[in-house]
Ligand binder design. Sequence first.
Ligand SMILES: C=C1C[C@]23C[C@H]1CC[C@H]2[C@]1(C)CCC[C@@](C)(C(=O)O)[C@H]1[C@@H]3C(=O)O
Ligand SMILES: O=C(O)CCC(=O)C(=O)O
Ligand SMILES: [Fe+2]
Length: 317
Amino acid sequence: MIQNQPKLPKEFIWAGFDSMQQQENNNDMLNEPLVDLEGFFKGDEEAIKHAAELINKACLTHGFFQVTNHRVDSSLIGAAHDQMDGLFKLPLDKKLRVQRNKGEMWGYSGAHAHRFSKQLPWKETFSFGYNYVDDQGGLMNSYKPIVFDYIKSSLGEDFEYAGCNSYPPCNEPSLTFGTGPHCDPTSLTILHQDQVGGLEVFAHNKWQAVRPRQDAFVINIGDTFMAMSNGRYKSCLHRAVVNKKKERKSLVFFVNPKEDKIVRAPQDLIDREEGTKSRKYPDFKWPHLMEFTQFHYRADVTTLQSFFQWLPSSNLP
Ligand SMILES: C=C1C[C@]23C[C@H]1CC[C@H]2[C@]1(C)CCC[C@@](C)(C(=O)O)[C@H]1[C@@H]3C(=O)O
Ligand SMILES: O=C(O)CCC(=O)C(=O)O
Ligand SMILES: [Fe+2]
């Protein structure tokens, strides 16, 4: 309904984001490395060394790279996108039956309207997260995307969670965001986007687009991984912009530390640092950062600093 209104409802307007204006003529590409994993899987020493060099260089700068020959079957990816199409095409009343509740990391969300009242993102999402409650044959069971089961089986059970994003066409795309500027609070993000384009990274002092590649996954490191590297690897500001003509969809998987793991840079990494060998971040656990983003703070570009300011006043163990 909202999509058909000529004027964007005010709740969706992101005032004050002057970098928005760049998007009209923003055809800068990030040119992140495309890492071919074929040789890596075959144990080819040279290929492994080359892949590590590419990934290291990307993570030291903007934290984004793409991987190809990842051995995730293209038919499985296609099936996941088909499943996702089916989910988003469901009537709204059916989607609302699995509406995501505050603090839960699973279910349907329309523009996060259940959480925020302004600067709403122009998107619908289905999340398949760890505190998922099996609701006896409801929508979530019948539509749980094939890939979600695959990712849970391959990445293990703890603290992975998957999301499907649908960004509908928007009549005034330059006034809103599909997903607003943020750094991922997570460890690693694995994303498969369709061919429409819209993912942008703020690197080299400007917004740069991440090229859609059907046969590749986009990987980026998040705040938690940055903290584990004592700040060496960068969790980078990024956003999803929308357009007037085409819906855009993305599948996103967030990999995080197990719930009881203390996020702390290894001592030998600190010891090998040049100059002051000091810890840049307090110790923390992922579930506490996740709780912060779900109950106390909307993840943006300063989530981690805000989290460490909040932590002492929280009664988290
Ligand atoms: C831990 C998370 C919170 C969000 C999903 C994952 C990693 C990215 C976060 C998010 C996408 C950052 C922008 C704001 C947000 C509210 C959104 O637009 O979806 C964030 C997600 C969330 O809080 O659900
Ligand atoms: O959909 C996209 O391309 C990016 C989404 C994103 O950054 C996120 O969900 O964290
Ligand atoms: Fe993100």
